[in-house]
Design a protein around this ligand. Structure first.
Ligand code: THU
Length: 159
């Protein structure tokens, strides 16, 4: 019997330390957060995706009276990007949340279902997705969705 440690790498920084294109992506999440339809949770989430050619795609959480029928911001943005631009890999994903009249102090992290869906996109295009989790000033940066989903189930099991 042995214990196995699984390590992930994450960077913490302030917004002023972000590369200009990453800061622009975070600012785009802030700009679109009011497109969230979240009358039930009153928790607005905004995601912005930068594709391999620099195209930016935005998405926000979309809720429903039948709660599970709604969709998180990350999957809204990702499914739109993959539908509209099926040949373009996702290079970077930025996420921000706003509630009680303000952006969060601590960066939001994607839910398990979004991590699984994002892993599929990462594997499909064989391109790691850089994830920027942004709060009011603090940001966490993770360089691959696989770091957010250790021991994941992916397409390799179905071969
Ligand atoms: N939500 C997201 O859009 N992304 C996340 O990563 C976590 C949660 C949404 C789902 C729901 O509309 C609201 O936030 C509260 O859970």
């Amino acid at each position: 019997m042995k214990t196995i440690d699984i390590n992930i790498k994450m960077t913490e920084c302030s917004k002023s330390e972000l590369a200009p294109e990453d800061l622009a992506l975070v600012e785009s999440t802030e700009k679109f957060v009011n497109h969230s339809y979240s009358p039930y949770s009153k928790f607005s989430v905004s995601a912005a995706i930068c594709l391999s050619d620099g195209t930016i795609v935005n998405g926000t959480n979309q809720e429903n009276a039948a709660y599970p029928s709604g969709l998180c911001a990350e999957r809204t943005a990702m499914f739109f990007a993959n539908s509209q631009y099926p040949d373009k890999a996702i290079k970077t994903l930025a996420i921000t949340a706003f509630t009680n009249g303000d952006f969060l102090d601590t960066p939001i992290t994607p839910c398990g279902a979004c991590r699984q869906a994002l892993l599929e996109s990462e594997q499909r295009f064989s391109t790691p997705i850089k994830i920027i989790l942004a709060a009011k000033d603090r940001c966490f940066i993770v360089n691959s969705i696989s770091d957010l989903l250790p021991l994941s189930f992916g397409s390799e099991f179905l071969k």
